[in-house]
Ligand binder design. Structure first.
Ligand SMILES: [Zn+2]
Length: 147
């Protein structure tokens, strides 16, 4: 579902990379925590929209994915394993698409996924770690969400 009724902004992945690099030049490695926090704040916003529609759990995560795909963020697939972990593969990520860097991890998306899963799955004390990244030459970004 598109974000109807809200102002939308089109920004290229190159612009996002330039903003990210500028923050890194200004504040150093602290940019990692700042981007994770920004991702969490963004996920709060999207999660509130989905929760207001009465959706929870995996159904809510599917709706979130649909919203983000339609908004051009990325294409994602979720995998729930028996250990209670979630794997997320993200293709054509806006955060890594313009990057070609050894250290090009997707910190904004890591924070975003962590907060979204906490809110929509009602899980606590979780951590999202990026295992693969398009910016490092992988075919997709892959995140593992641990409880
Ligand atoms: Zn990545």
């Amino acid at each position: 579902m598109p974000l109807t009724g809200q102002r939308r902004l089109i920004i290229s992945p190159t612009d996002i990379l330039n903003i990210k690099n500028s923050f890194e030049e200004s504040i150093g490695v602290g940019v990692i925590g700042a981007l994770r926090r920004a991702g969490k704040h963004s996920a709060q916003h999207y999660s509130d929209i989905i929760i207001a529609k009465g959706l929870k759990g995996e159904e809510a995560l599917k709706e979130l994915t649909k919203m983000l795909e339609e908004s051009g963020w990325f294409r994602a697939s979720w995998e729930f394993n028996r250990r209670g972990e979630i794997g997320v593969r993200i293709y054509k990520s806006f955060e890594s698409a313009a990057g070609n860097r050894r250290d090009g991890n997707c910190h904004f998306i890591s924070g975003f996924l962590e907060e979204a899963v906490e809110r929509l799955m009602n899980w606590e004390n979780i951590y999202c770690q990026e295992m693969r990244c398009i910016a490092r030459g992988d075919e997709f970004c892959e995140f593992l969400i641990l409880r």
